[in-house]
Design a protein around this ligand. Structure first.
Ligand SMILES: *Cc1c(COP(=O)(O)O)cnc(C)c1O
Length: 465
């Protein structure tokens, strides 16, 4: 399988190449040249497979020659063997129509583990083959950082520099990153927002002073391998709810548009999806873009769902490319305009392409708390603030009666237990598997929100390729 850039001028790469590259050299994001298609019979035949087997089947066409089917299956078994639930991503029924897809049974309690546990193994596999050293730089609004650090801590040939916005991640999130003391892990707290941190990381990939000396790799959802791993649970959920014979809708708490884009990929592969509901909080650029074509970034408002406190959603570019006719050169122009003015209009083709499958809903803090209370009082389920925004959006939808709606439960409620307690009066306990998080030593450096200072720190501490 060949991968091409959304901005039309970077060289095509194979799966191993895109896994190690992250961002394309023209500033775009990689996508498969074409979507692999499964017939309805082929999809039906996947029902009932153990999760790692299903994962290997769904991912094999994307991986192509880069891994043998046996090797891919072995890596999936290793990655998903670390989950605390043997179904890996179990479904829980809330009422006649609504379901939760629990994606938080991995080591760091958020859905990011589903992709990153595998990505850590892929890095080790590909680097072991070609030799060399990979320096991962990433920005996190909380959950990517801990999941990525857990996935690469102590692994051969890889080190990680993770930027987080100082004071804007929860205590549990911060400690899950800063208490990992492996020598290949470097935590950096910067003054600024997640968008500031993400913009710095993007700039590093285009900075010859860094790319010349270090082999830079990405763990943010700009990395295609992450999105690919997330496609699997859309199939897993739909197959359990009667797919492919029955259509299913998904409500997805959205920030960088990676998770919901994986749902779009599942649909492109042939999975019958009724609708993908993009759930946002008051940082609602995606809701505005999908309802009236206005993609303009405002200032970030911090909320109780920090992984969604994002104004610029990197992976939205992938949808604009694919739904808008795959014209990379035109999209490069459009994105350049956006980067200069932080605003753009979607083209008619992009709007029509998106509206075939996507709708959106926005939850304010009151809506979010109400959804948490509804799940607690009616179903005895505690849900985290991100999941609550998804559930709010799910319950707003006007859908045919026989369509189940699956809300992606993206974080364990204990990861955001202050917000859960405020809404429901119940404080969810941390699962035993995270251990004595609050007793452990923390290690991080604090830097100003200044590109040169952060780039200099990384150049001074990273291992050349
Ligand atoms: C990362 C994250 C999201 C947003 O996912 P995207 O792929 O960035 O849209 C939502 N909820 C939680 C808990 C997350 O960690």
């Amino acid at each position: 399988m060949d991968y091409i850039s959304t901005r039309g001028s970077a060289p095509a790469l194979d799966f191993e190449g895109v896994t190690l590259a992250g961002l394309a050299s023209d500033g775009g994001l990689y996508l498969p040249r074409e979507w692999p298609r499964l017939s309805q019979d082929e999809i039906a035949a996947l029902a009932g497979l153990p999760y790692p087997v299903l994962a290997a089947r769904i991912m094999q066409p994307f991986v192509g020659e880069s891994l043998s089917p046996e090797r891919l299956l072995a890596l999936c078994e290793q990655a998903y063997g670390r989950f605390a639930h043997t179904a890996v991503t179990p479904l829980v029924q809330l009422d006649q129509r609504n379901w939760l897809l629990e994606l938080f049974h991995g080591p760091t309690l958020a859905f990011k583990d589903v992709a990153l546990q595998l990505l850590g193994l892929l890095f080790e596999e590909f680097l072991g083959r070609k030799g060399g050293h990979l320096t991962i730089v990433g920005a996190t609004s909380g959950d990517t950082g801990s999941a990525a650090i857990d996935a690469v801590a102590g692994r051969e040939g890889v080190e990680i520099f993770m930027l987080h916005p100082k004071g804007r991640v929860s205590d549990v999130q911060r400690r899950q990153m800063t208490t990992v003391l492996a020598p290949n892990v470097h935590n950096i707290a910067i003054d600024g927002s997640f968008d500031d941190a993400q913009a710095m990381v993007k700039r590093m990939f285009a900075d010859p002073a860094l790319t010349g000396r270090f082999g830079l790799g990405a763990v943010n959802s700009i990395n295609w391998a992450r999105l690919m791993a997330q496609v699997v649970y859309y199939f897993a959920a739909a197959l359990q709810l009667g797919g492919p014979a029955r259509k299913v809708a998904f409500a997805v708490p959205t920030g960088n548009f990676g998770d919901v884009f994986a749902g779009y990929v599942a649909a492109r592969m042939g999975l019958p999806v009724e609708r993908l509901v993009v759930a946002t909080n008051v940082n609602d650029i995606l809701h505005r873009a999908l309802t009236d074509g206005d993609y303009s970034a405002g200032a970030v408002t911090p909320t109780a769902a920090p992984s969604m406190d994002i104004q610029v959603s990197s992976n939205f570019e992938r949808l604009l490319f694919d739904a808008g006719g795959r014209d990379g050169i035109a999209l490069a122009e459009q994105m350049k305009g956006f980067e200069a003015s932080r605003a753009m209009r979607l083209t008619n083709a992009q709007r029509q392409g998106a509206s075939a499958l996507f709708t959106s809903a926005r939850a304010d803090p009151g809506d979010m708390a109400q959804a948490m209370r509804w799940a607690w009082e009616n179903c005895g389920e505690t849900i985290d603030p991100h999941t609550a925004i998804g559930l709010h959006a799910a319950r707003q939808q006007d859908l045919p009666d026989d369509v189940p709606v699956v809300t992606l439960a993206t974080a364990h409620p204990a990861k955001f237990r202050d917000a859960v307690e405020r809404a429901t009066g119940f404080r969810p306990p941390l699962p035993l598997r995270v251990g004595e998080l609050f007793e452990r030593e923390e290690r991080m450096v604090e830097l100003p929100g200044d590109y040169d200072a952060v780039a200099a720190y990384i150049a001074g501490n990273a291992t050349p390729r």
